[in-house]
Design a protein around this ligand. Structure first.
Ligand code: GLU
Length: 428
């Protein structure tokens, strides 16, 4: 859907599900609080650059197919653009635009010197072989290469992309520029310039955010039931680390269904079962259901860590959690967020809660450029410090302006970027 169509149909449920409109709504509220000048507002609302590429690929059966890919750079005033690349059949431009803008705000909230970008390729990775995926990745990288670079735009993994995808991107870029350039992507395997702690960083950041929020709310982790939507790199790791901290994980899901256990799931066992069987179904210590409204289960803490638009105006009134920590990008629509605020539910917003990933991406980029690699303890303690400080910064803004954590995070982020515009001026 183009943003033009979306604006024409304002008010429909379809609009509620448009991530770019959802981003813009929060941006406008935060900008009003800041009394942002209309020129700067216009600049920050507009993605800087949008590239659409055709990706012709030779398939294993000898046929040729043309896929479509995007790279959107939202803003680079604070530093090189940064953001993941996702592979999914339903990727669309407004989604990539929103995700790129969210990266700008996310990097600003945690104070790392990057702007925001995002990429996407319309394809269904479940239907593609590993060699087809490699060819798509390499051709897509070649297509967007002119706007990439360690000082220009640095991709990372996102939905359905991983360390291997990053290794292919790094190799493709390096072959074109005739030198191994590790700092061109983050989230790489350790042996080619990856960082210790990067793979777990987003989940670890979600765990730290949950812990900070629980302290603010005065809730006891040992008395708390946690429902986690998603068991991948974000949900699975967050659940594991929270379990280690004494939280009771009563529900976790994969793309096929939900595994529940009121007494609490043994997360190391659940994750090793998942690794072996590639699904939760069949795990003995819990009830599995392929037909469960997981988000509406009784719990204190809800961690949506799967995808966008999970909590909408249609199900928000059935949510029981007191605390929502957004592991995914954009899991609550703007309408649902407002209702959650009115109901007194604390929401730690995506641009804060899941910023652990890009924070350690920044550490990886720094290590690649220094050629000096840190221990896992150093990475984790710097991550801990960044996340805890950012949580406190957002809380202070929330108190000062008497707004939700989400609007506070936008205020903090937008203010930092707007200050850069005032200092640098608008180049004309
Ligand atoms: N895709 C992740 C995100 O949405 C990580 C981005 C990065 O490390 O650049 O935050």
């Amino acid at each position: 859907m183009s943003s033009g169509t979306a604006v024409a149909n304002q008010g429909s449920f379809q609009d509620e599900l448009n991530p770019f409109l959802a981003m813009a709504k929060r941006f406008d509220v935060a900008s009003d609080h800041l009394g942002l000048d209309s020129g700067v507002r216009e600049v920050l609302r507009t993605p800087d650059r949008e590239l659409t590429v055709a990706i012709p690929v030779l398939m294993d059966d000898g046929s040729t197919r043309v896929f479509k890919g995007y790279r959107v750079q939202h803003n680079f005033s604070r530093g090189p653009c940064k953001g993941g690349i996702r592979f999914a059949p339903d990727v669309h431009l407004d989604e990539v635009r929103a995700l790129a803008a969210w990266m700008t705000w996310k990097c600003s909230v945690v104070g790392i010197p990057f702007g925001g970008a995002k990429g996407g390729v319309i394809c269904d990775p479940r239907e593609l072989s590993i060699t087809e995926l490699e060819r798509i990745t390499r051709r897509y990288t070649t297509g967007i290469m002119d706007i990439l670079g360690p000082d220009r735009d640095v991709p990372a993994p996102d939905m359905n992309t991983n360390e291997q995808t990053m290794a292919w991107i790094m190799d493709t870029y390096s072959m074109h520029v005739r030198r191994t350039t590790t700092a061109i992507v983050t989230g790489k395997p350790l042996s080619i310039g990856g960082s210790r702690g990067r793979a777990e960083a987003t989940g670890r950041g979600v765990m730290i955010s949950t812990r900070e929020a629980m302290r603010t709310l005065g809730l006891d982790p040992h008395e708390s039931r946690v429902v986690v939507q998603g068991s991948g790199n974000v949900g699975g790791i967050a659940a594991l680390l929270l379990h280690r901290e004494g939280y009771r994980i009563t529900s976790i899901s994969d793309m096929y269904g939900v595994l529940n256990n009121e007494k609490g799931l043994d997360m190391p066992a659940v994750l090793s079962y998942l690794k072996e069987h590639r699904k939760l179904e069949g795990y003995a210590e819990g009830e599995y259901s392929s037909d469960c409204n997981q988000l509406e289960l009784d719990c204190e803490i809800l961690i949506p860590a799967a995808t966008e638009n999970q909590i909408t105006s249609r199900n928000v009134d059935n949510i029981k959690a007191k605390l929502i920590v957004e592991g995914a990008n954009g899991p609550c629509t703007a309408e649902a967020s407002q209702r959650l605020d009115q109901a007194g539910v604390m929401v730690v917003p995506d641009i804060l809660a899941n910023a652990g990933g890009v924070t350690v991406s920044y550490f990886e980029w720094v290590q690649d450029r220094m050629g000096y690699f840190w221990t896992e303890d150093v990475v984790n303690s710097r991550l801990e410090q960044t996340m805890a400080t950012s949580f406190q910064d957002v809380s202070s803004v929330a108190k000062k302006y008497d707004v939700s954590m989400r609007i506070a995070a936008y205020i903090l982020a937008i203010d930092r970027v707007a200050r850069v515009y005032r200092l640098r001026g608008v180049f004309s």
